[in-house]
Design a protein around this ligand. Sequence first.
Ligand code: TYD
Ligand code: MG
Length: 415
Amino acid sequence: MGFCPQCDSTEPLQEIVDTPTASITAPPVPLAAARAGNGRQRLETGINEFDRVLGGGLVSGSVVLLGGEPGVGKSTLTLQAMGSLASSGAGVLLAGSEESPQQVGLRAERLGLGTAEIDLLTSADVDQVVSVVAKNQPDVVVVDSIQTLSVPDIGGVTGGMSQIRECAARLVRVAKTTGTAVILVGHVTKDGGLAGPKALEHIVDVVLSLEGDPDRGLRALRSFKNRFGATHVVGMFDMQHTGLVEVLDPSKAFLAEWDMDVPGTIAFPAVEGARSVMVEIQALVTESPHTPPRRSVRGVEASRIHQILAVLTRHCSIDVSNKEVYVNVVGGWRLVEPGCDLPVALAIASSTLNRPLGSLAAWGEIGLAAEVRAVPLDLRRREEAKRVGIGTSIAAEQGSRLRLIDAMNRSGLTV
Ligand code: TYD
Ligand code: MG
């Protein structure tokens, strides 16, 4: 192309010799002596939701990647964890050049951790961080952020793919040799492009993501990969003036502002890991001045919405072909289960017909023939609906048939 499509530089390309990330010199050992967990210690951060997502605390010598959009609260969460670790006597180091010591100091003040025994190392040079870790052997190092570190001896821009990868590889190496647990903070862009951090997923032990609705306080911490615990565990926090506070009953938090008498809203008992969380799904259908009409979706896959709209139009006399459709999962929650099809369809139908659904929860996957299929963990969802006091639940039961039009009839949306 004659220029770099990422940074527009017209400098000539430079060849980078990839250095092996670990030297393999150890002699063979019997499997029995090498069982996972042998010689490894769990270090509890003291923040229960964080520890739960980690599978019971930080494992010594492990590397955790914590991704999230700028401003979501990664620095806050890690500083709170460091404060609590330090107060229980662990040696903790905060390294990187994301923020100046003054900025970190201000945040610590705000979190009530002004006097916490945390060492700060403001450096953009990964080798300096590595040598401090090797020398001081702290229990935990937080690198905020991996994008602000660089290696002088290889090319590429700071924050670029090859730099991020090499920095992480050096930090992984020092974690394994010293037994220090390393948390790498990584920025993820708004459009979900994990670009840099994504390239690290295979070299780290644990991948966590902190997500949330920037307009609201609720934050979800999810595990996507965990060599020492279960994945898809979710921890919930509320961002308050004095930092992140654990949310013990997320269903109650989600439903606190639920106005069930407005058309287009319904509850959905989502299941994530070992936990059921009741979330509110909203839809708004209005006349459209645009051709084609606008479709805006937050928290559900857009492709599913298009399919649901097609099924509603073709099989249920809910014609939205020239209407704007907005679908939103309240609280910034992201739904990936097909079980959210039915509540989404009912919310859209409810808004189109301008009839509220009241105290209703629903779950089920919708097929192209407008059949509603059962989804796993029916009982758990039913119990969660009962626990939070929702009057009616509509779902396809295993082995029986439910048509979308019947589900609509049962929820009072007779066309
Ligand atoms: P931060 O941890 O800096 O986010 P990240 O490191 O992921 O970029 O969090 C920044 C936001 O959090 C900022 O908008 C201010 C807000 N915040 C609070 O609401 N309460 C607090 O106690 C703190 C420290 C930050
Ligand atoms: Mg930060």
